[in-house]
Design a protein. Structure first.
Length: 123
């Protein structure tokens, strides 16, 4: 039977490999677990953020819808719009003056107002 004699360098290399392999395996397993955990946390945070922005957007749209409904219930605007649609000249200027003097100042967020006929044409 033949015995292999290992030099000190070979023994040292084998012992280093024996120590490094479990460390490397532990690192890889822990890295994967931490990565999955962080991905779950990030997705949860992004979902919460998206839901918050979605709620704000729906609230803004609802406020804009109410403002449009308020403007459309104004009798002066409705009367002038009917006169413009029927072809009377000069009524557009009165409507513009009314919107600028009485409506646009009501809300600082409103910078522009367009009035549309029931068929969708902007007058």
């Amino acid at each position: 039977m033949r015995r292999y004699r290992l030099s000190i360098m070979q023994k040292l290399l084998i012992s280093v490999i024996i120590v490094i392999l479990p460390l490397l395996a532990t690192f890889l397993v822990t890295y994967r677990q931490n990565r999955r955990h962080l991905e779950r946390l990030i997705m949860r945070d992004l979902t919460a953020l998206a839901e918050t922005h979605e709620g704000s957007l729906y609230q803004f749209i609802e406020m804009s819808k109410r403002r449009a409904e308020d403007f459309s219930s104004d009798g002066f605007i409705r009367d002038k719009l009917e006169e413009i649609i029927s072809g009377r000249k000069g009524e557009g200027a009165a409507l513009i003056n009314h919107l600028l003097k009485n409506k646009i100042i009501l809300d600082k967020a409103v910078h522009h107002i367009e009035v549309a006929a029931p068929d969708g044409v902007v007058v």
